[in-house]
Design a binder for this molecule. Sequence first.
Ligand code: SF4
Length: 360
Amino acid sequence: MEQNIVLRWVAEADLPGLYQGLCAIGLGTPGAGTVSDVVACPGTDTCKLGIASSRGLAGELSQRLAGIAPGLDAAVNALHIKISGCFNACGQHHLADLGFYGVSRKVGGTTVPHFRVVLGGEWEHNAGAFGLTVGAIPSKRVPDFVERITAKYVQERNAGEAFRKYIERVGKQEIKTLVDELSVVPPYERDRSYYSDWRDPREFTVSDIGTGECAGEVVSRAEFGLQSAERQYFEAQLHFDRGAYEVADNTAYNAMLEAAKALIHTQFLDMSTDPDAIASEFKKRFCDTEVFHDHYAGGKFAQYLFNRHADMDRKYTPEQTRYLIEEAQLFIEAAYACHGRLLEQGNFASRETAILLERS
Ligand code: SF4
């Protein structure tokens, strides 16, 4: 779960020479095991599935945190930060005190790298607890988030209170407020820095804005639906935290339906709210055609919706509900990814497909 190397059986007298040798090859950076020792997967540097630059963000955070290490509170210095370039979690973001994984969002039709925030995971006790997400923020605001949440923790914690316990106590709603404050993306013309990733000079250009005179309304409606799905997913977490498992389960299910409906709206605006109709249209338009399929996971995320939709004998146990909430999160993320692909292909209201489906 860490990315360090242990060198055993080194004589004390050899330590200075070993240290100098490690520094000479760029492996002498201090801070192993501290908050500046950020774990990251390869992300967009080398992984074809990467969505955001996990290594770029890790490098930026490491540098900033190492720079302020002498003044850091001991409990903050002991936190673990882990970053994945996408939801596949190779960076083990779900087991960190502060975890992040790459997602993308469209702002005014342009792609902006974002990271989802996952708080309260536990890497000790053989990965004792997974964190749950509390929203997404632009990649360029993640260092600000780390600074603010750690300062808030130091200021508000009870004596000896661990970060994970503190997050549990203050609740996701309060943390979400902090996330929302940092989630605002200025227009491209006002601040272009948001539209590129850490340590990646390439800038997303405005050329990927969806074109076509009817696209504007369709895109905004789909985006609105996806945001609504995200809100419902968050509410499901809140219901879960207060022990209302049946409500939480149904809210997570509705969040998936909302995301599916948002995608259907890209082809077919007159969609009812009937779950059977949504599941059927979603299957026909996005699953049978493999439009929704993830490059890595295939149709796995779509199946989360279909499994829940077909489950007539739901038990609403805490474990089952928590599992469904996690599935809803992945489903919504897959819907965002599908939506982004459609935009990039200029495939909104892929009218020929839609019309053919309409007639079939
Ligand atoms: S988490 Fe995603 S980006 Fe990172 S290595 Fe795994 S598949 Fe690639």
